[in-house]
Design a binder for this molecule. Structure first.
Ligand code: PMP
Length: 429
């Protein structure tokens, strides 16, 4: 064990996630590559944790932050007007497609979701929330209550009532063999039954969903499901919150926000991770009347502060001016097609899925078809040995998750694909 790892273990809680049997210390980065303390270089196919959506040491972001630092003003986010905060809010409100949208900035995705929940529950004077099975929404008190998998909950003390809906998984025997249309009908029937008998619709504030489940393994609801759910919600005035923490900013290639693929306009959307390209920023964008409805607390000390909004403005401008959404689509197509071809000769690859630069590989035992988390752990190590960083997750821990910076070049896409396929081959016993 390295000295730093021993010191880490002594003072950091044991549940803080570290990858690899020998965790690495990353000390430098440029473009889509990072360097560790041993001088080894890696292509980063997880972009931190989808945080560095432009990659590392991006001049435009660094200079914007340096300009702000040079003013000597890097303080709170409220009490005084902050030009960068207003500008960033204007851009995000416009991009949201929600009419009359307003934006509240936070430091993280968890706080963004807390704010969305507070707004929805206040607006509806409600105390119940609908969430999706196997969702992940954060580690704060409210967000653990809407996280739909016990093993990802940082606490099991749920502060309000949550009811979990189906959609991105078909685990239950009754759903397994249904066609998409039958599955959607069954899910909607369940929702109607829930609202007819188990809870009163007037007590329900919102449905919150990730358009593509992130921690859940990049799993996707069948097209039409969220639209069908929303029709039912609209009958009762229940709000729809799209958690875009992983799917926003064009990462999926086809749309700027993940939920657009489902052709519905949510009431609120939450975001975080990539917007600051590594600087801590999150927020909620949505209906002004709903966000205005939160009363009694006008402060987030650091949410939307001058530094994080300088980083956010520079990152967002870069995404838009370089059309990184189109790049995500082009690079994603190359990689996903390449993985699908490779999967034909890999016994342990059970599924390849994804959109744009958000794609995943499930590993399973070829003899039983059961998820193989140990193989995924091996593949993660094998990729690292080959100079590629990827993520892991999914319901059974048997999914490799990849979300490279949106600035990935086609050459880097092919290079990463080659390294990943090589790592998968190495564990394909
Ligand atoms: N929502 C989603 C979809 C996420 O993936 C995450 C983080 N993995 C969060 C919310 C919570 O964000 P944070 O860790 O910044 O609080």
């Amino acid at each position: 064990m390295s000295d730093l790892l021993a010191r880490h273990r002594a003072v950091i809680p044991s549940w803080v996630a570290l990858n690899y049997s020998e965790p690495i210390e990353i000390i430098g980065g440029k473009g889509c590559r990072v360097t560790d303390s041993q001088g080894r270089s890696y292509l980063d196919f997880f972009a931190g944790i989808l945080t560095n959506m432009l990659g590392y040491d991006v001049a435009e972001v660094r200079e914007a932050v340096e300009r702000q630092l040079a003013t000597g003003i890097y303080h709170t986010s409220t009490l005084y007007l902050i030009r960068g905060q207003v500008e960033l809010a204007e851009k995000i409100a416009k991009l949201s497609g929600i009419s009359g949208a307003k934006v509240f900035f936070t430091n993280s995705g968890s706080e963004a979701n807390e704010t969305a929940l507070a707004a929805a529950l206040s607006a509806r004077k409600a105390n119940q929330v609908l969430a999706m099975r196997n969702s992940y929404h954060g580690r704060t008190f409210g967000t653990v209550a809407i996280t739909g998998n016990a093993s990802w909950k940082a606490s099991s003390n749920d502060p309000f009532g949550t009811h979990y809906l189906h959609g991105t998984d078909r685990q239950l025997p009754a759903y397994r063999n249904l066609s998409d249309a039958e599955f959607i009908d069954a899910c909607v029937e369940d929702l109607r039954a829930l609202l007819a008998a188990a809870i009163h619709p007037a007590d329900v504030g919102a449905l919150i969903a990730e358009p593509i489940q992130g921690v859940g393994g990049f799993t996707m609801a069948p097209d039409g499901l969220f639209r069908a759910y929303k029709e039912v919600l609209d009958e009762h005035g229940i709000l729809f919150i799209s958690d875009e923490v992983q799917t926003g900013w064009g990462r999926t290639g086809e749309h700027f926000w993940g939920i657009q693929a489902h052709r519905i306009t949510p009431d609120l959307m939450t975001f975080a991770k990539g917007l600051g390209n590594g600087f801590a920023i999150g927020g909620v964008v949505g209906r002004g009347d709903v966000l205005d409805g939160i009363r009694g607390n006008g402060i987030s000390t650091f949410g939307g502060n001058p530094i994080s909004t300088a980083a956010g403005n520079a990152t967002l401008d870069y995404v838009l001016s370089h059309d990184l959404q189109a790049n995500a689509a082009a690079c994603g197509d190359i990689i996903i097609a390449g993985l699908r071809t490779a999967a034909n000769e890999l016994k342990t690859v059970a599924d390849v899925r994804g959109k744009g630069l958000m794609f995943a590989v499930d590993l399973a035992d070829p003899s039983t078809g059961k998820p193989a988390p140990a193989l995924a752990a091996k593949a993660l190590e094998a990729a690292k040995e080959r100079g590629l960083l990827v993520g892991k997750g999914g319901l059974y821990g048997s999914t490799l998750r990849m979300a490279p910076p949106l600035t990935l070049s086609e050459a880097e896409a092919r290079e990463g694909l080659g390294l990943l396929v090589d790592a998968l081959r190495a564990v394909d016993a």
